[in-house]
Ligand binder design. Structure first.
Ligand SMILES: [Zn+2]
Length: 245
């Protein structure tokens, strides 16, 4: 990347202008040589610099294909290490805000103030970077002791109607695994049936709560021991007990 210059306007963010270096690409349509068309500046929210909000102004190159009959015509360069397509924040700032929200529990609003940008810019970026992390199936890992807990999530509307959620946790490692809508056994049952059998088989302890019936069906084996963390009692379930439940 070549730094073209910096702009320091009183009261405004620090603006650093850059362009990419590197070889001329070939046409993604026909593979032939391309001509330089022009450069268009794209302003991206960047990490704060010198304690002030900063912008990276990327002068994106545009290329055109001279080949007659090639469907491409012209195209704009992409560089994911600078910024992901369609996001208005640099990649380094995107990673940083996602970590601040996800790991350090800072609010979106606080980061918007620090980087001098709109709330939606931060929120859209955190969703874009955070979703693959949250949806990574390996994030849950193997669980030996499963806990389910109903929590009052919010009071909404004119009558401040209670909306409940069910937290799914690994009680041995004190790690929250997921938050489900509602507190009926349906959500927990659906969530559990979405796991694979090997994962369910590794569970030694599970709650003896309102979802007892569901858990017995899901586990479907005699060695499951039910555990209620609030009562701190475990209860061994044999096949005869399962029939009763
Ligand atoms: Zn072409």
């Amino acid at each position: 990347m070549t730094v073209l210059g910096a702009e320091d306007e009183l009261g405004g963010p620090v603006r650093v202008h850059v362009e990419t270096r590197g070889d001329r690409p070939s046409c993604p349509g026909c593979g032939g040589g391309v001509w330089s068309k022009d450069q268009r500046p794209v302003e991206l929210v960047d990490l704060a610099a010198f304690g002030r909000p900063a912008r990276l102004v990327w002068h994106k190159r545009r290329w055109s294909c001279p080949s007659q009959g090639c469907p491409v015509g012209s195209f704009t360069e992409s560089a994911p290490h600078i910024a992901a397509a369609r996001l208005v924040m640099t990649d380094r700032a995107g990673r940083w805000v996602t970590e601040q929200v996800g790991r350090h529990r800072r609010s979106v609003n606080e980061l918007a103030v620090e980087l001098g940008c709109d709330w939606h810019t931060i929120n859209d970026t955190v969703i874009a970077y955070g979703t693959p992390l949250v949806e990574d199936p390996a994030r849950i890992g193997e669980v030996e002791a499963l806990g389910l807990d109903e929590t009052l999530f919010a009071r909404l509307g004119r009558w401040r109607t209670q909306h409940w959620s069910t937290s799914v946790a690994d009680v041995r490692r004190s790690q929250l695994l997921d938050v489900l809508e509602g507190r009926s056994s349906t959500g927990a049952c659906e969530w559990l049936t979405g796991r694979d059998q090997a994962w369910l088989d590794a569970i030694d302890w599970a709650p003896a709560a309102s979802v007892l019936g569901c858990l017995l069906v899901v586990f479907g084996h005699q060695r499951a021991r039910l555990y209620d963390p609030r009562l701190e009692v475990g209860l061994e379930v044999r096949s005869s007990d399962a029939d009763v439940a």
